[in-house]
Design a protein around this ligand. Sequence first.
Ligand code: LLP
Length: 419
Amino acid sequence: MRQFKNSDGQMMIGDLRATELAERFGTPLYVTDENAVRENYRRIKGAFKPYMPVRVHYACKANAALAILRVLQQEGSFIDAVSIGEVDSCLRAGFPPERILFTGVNVSNRELEALVNRKVMINIDSFSELRRLAEISDRPKISFRVNPGVGAGHHAHVVTGAKSTKFGIPKDEIVRAYDEALEHGFIPFGLHAHIGAGVQEAAPFVEVTEVLVNIMNQIEDDLGLKLDVLDIGGGVGIPYHPDDKAMDLDSFASEVTSRIKGKCTARTIAVEPGRYIIADTTVLLTSVVDVKQTPDKRFCGVDAGFNTLIRPAFYGSFHHVAVANKFERTADTLYDVVGPICETGDFLAKDRLLPKVDEGDLIAVYDTGAYGFTMASNYNMRGRPREVLVKDTSASVIREAESLDDMLRLERIPTRLMI
Ligand code: LLP
């Protein structure tokens, strides 16, 4: 959880008051601090760099705003992309295709053709995908995603490395996949696994690294192929709760790289953080529109619901909330912070102590940069909110609020219904 500056009882984002941003741009509003994005990128890259060459592939499923991609492009980041839409957004933000690795699951032939045309690297998930890719005459740079049988994550829905999931090629068959790739004329450059998301300790990463090293050695022994890149995937968690401890990145990097260096052919480690780079850079600002006391509960009703931030409703995720315009006041009153969606599951926070809130107050929901906007929807015909990027004292709109026209642009009423 990032600590925000306080100025006369007001929450500051960069050098700007949260309340000023809300007045100027309206709410709900996602506000990202550019300096924080750059710091996070540099911190994770810097943790590995003393030990071995590292590629940081930003997992842009976490937040694919063009301006944020541009910031990371300037930092020299690589990309983990999962769809043609993400690949094309990254190309538009200025990423060269050589810095984009596509890791898909259930990838169609159309997507494979589009990827080959765009000359990005492809991380193959199945024998079927390999064979279908081999039908296309080009031989792009490829690696394979193995299912390592090591899974972890903050919720069952995001554990990807366990044996029972749909992801990757089972580890007992992976050497055969490389053999077949060589027969088809590909020269694979790496091996990849992704255990899951929101992992707060180093142990499962170390475990998966050992699995990957063993596989690399088997590939060298059986096929004489020397893979260069060992990719441990993403999933590094962040402390969402004030009592959570941040992972010690330096010891994490040291432990993981010590299992690789001199133990297999890999000279480069790749990591694919999404959440770690972007989650704590962003707050969701939402206005209190209604305060309701019922016999059971006190509700703080705000203008953002699970259409704007679905993580609490979908995963039961915890996001810290604060009252931005009463930043120093004692939190002594218990609230559920709830939105305007017609479902009881529409909550941002439950049973939280806040300073006594009034209509017109401004709530800040923390750590919403990852899987916040990207998972937002138009449910109940509400437009997705504006996004703003702050750098020191300046604030720029990086995405406009969606209007009704934007939402209806693709709809058609058949003329026969209009007569
Ligand atoms: N690499 C691969 C292959 C992935 O599938 C993912 C995330 C990442 C990297 C980045 O994971 P991260 O470092 O951001 O944890 N919607 C969920 C998270 C789903 C993650 C899916 N894959 C959430 O809101 O927690």
